[in-house]
Design a protein around this ligand. Structure first.
Ligand SMILES: Nc1ncnc2c1ncn2[C@@H]1O[C@H](COP(=O)(O)OP(=O)(O)OP(=O)(O)O)[C@@H](O)[C@H]1O
Ligand SMILES: [Mg+2]
Length: 261
């Protein structure tokens, strides 16, 4: 039996197809203006990789900001529940998940079954999200993919005085003009974002086994910087951290399919 999870986020859409205990295909695309189109396109991508069609999928659960626009999903679940479920299934020891996406950051405490116990999120201000790094990468002319590598050369990360993305962007440009090393600027950006996310996580009390999910976890500089801000060694996902919400949705689909016979 094949099941699927589809996570339509604000910046990217992710689809995962599972058979029994295995992830057999996954696909990630940049989100389209219409969530329904993102959902269709990303699911087609995953189905093509698995050499399947939608008729082969017994049950699909949708999640993410666009979860109610996924016409082929039989159910919708919150992104918080899906990140908790997916992370715990992949790394059973994990009791806290920090998901930094494009539009918000979430800290989620879970039990040994992946059930959510407590959570906190910030969706009020871009300065605590992946969008902050995207805007800054754009102003510095650095690819998002390269941010981790660039920050690894930082010797003396800058300390930013502005939280607001608009003012921080101006500050970055002044720092570049003043001849500061790009690596120190990127290191400073990671530090600023990590401290904001770490205080969000502390607001629900830290656990010792913490992992990071969402697209920002692909950035090794942010991964290390968040570890330092939390004072905890993070559990590293062997699976692409960006698809963890879709994995959780696929696991919920598997459970629902089993319950519905
Ligand atoms: N290859 C990459 N290297 C570094 N950072 C990346 C990479 N790909 C994505 N990102 C970061 O991940 C963010 C998007 O994360 P993700 O795909 O989890 O967001 P989303 O699920 O669409 O958003 P949300 O959950 O807030 O609705 C981008 O803002 C960017 O900062
Ligand atoms: Mg997301």
């Amino acid at each position: 039996m094949f099941v699927a999870g589809c996570d339509v986020g604000s910046l990217s859409a992710k689809a995962v197809i599972m058979k029994d205990e295995n992830i057999i295909a996954s696909h990630v695309i940049f989100a389209r203006p219409e969530p329904a189109e993102s959902a269709r396109t990303v699911m087609e991508g995953a189905l093509n990789k698995a050499c399947l069609t939608m008729e082969d999928i017994s049950y699909c659960v949708g999640t993410g900001y666009g979860r109610n626009s996924i016409s082929f999903a039989q159910a919708a679940e919150s992104e918080i529940a899906c990140h908790g479920k997916g992370a715990q299934w992949l790394k059973p020891q994990v009791r806290m998940v920090i998901d930094i996406g494009g539009q918000d950051a979430k800290a989620i405490r879970i039990d040994e079954t992946g059930r959510v116990l407590r959570y906190a999120y910030n969706d009020r201000c871009a300065s605590g999200t992946g969008r902050f790094l995207e805007v800054m990468a754009g102003s510095m002319g650095i690819e998002l993919n390269d941010m981790g590598e660039v920050s690894s050369q930082a010797k003396n990360p800058v300390s930013l005085s502005n939280q607001c993305v608009v003012f921080a962007e101006t500050e970055i440009i002044s720092l570049i003009n003043a001849g500061r090393d790009l690596s120190d600027i990127v290191g400073g950006l990671h530090k600023a974002l990590s401290h904001r996310v770490a205080s969000l996580a502390r607001s629900i009390e830290l656990e010792s086994e913490i992992t990071m999910t969402g697209g920002v976890a692909k950035n090794q500089g942010m991964f290390k910087s968040l570890q330092e801000a939390l004072g905890v060694k993070l559990v590293c996902m062997d699976t692409d951290p960006q698809i963890i919400g879709a994995v959780g949705a696929a696991l919920m689909a598997r459970q629902a399919a089993a319950e519905n016979g």
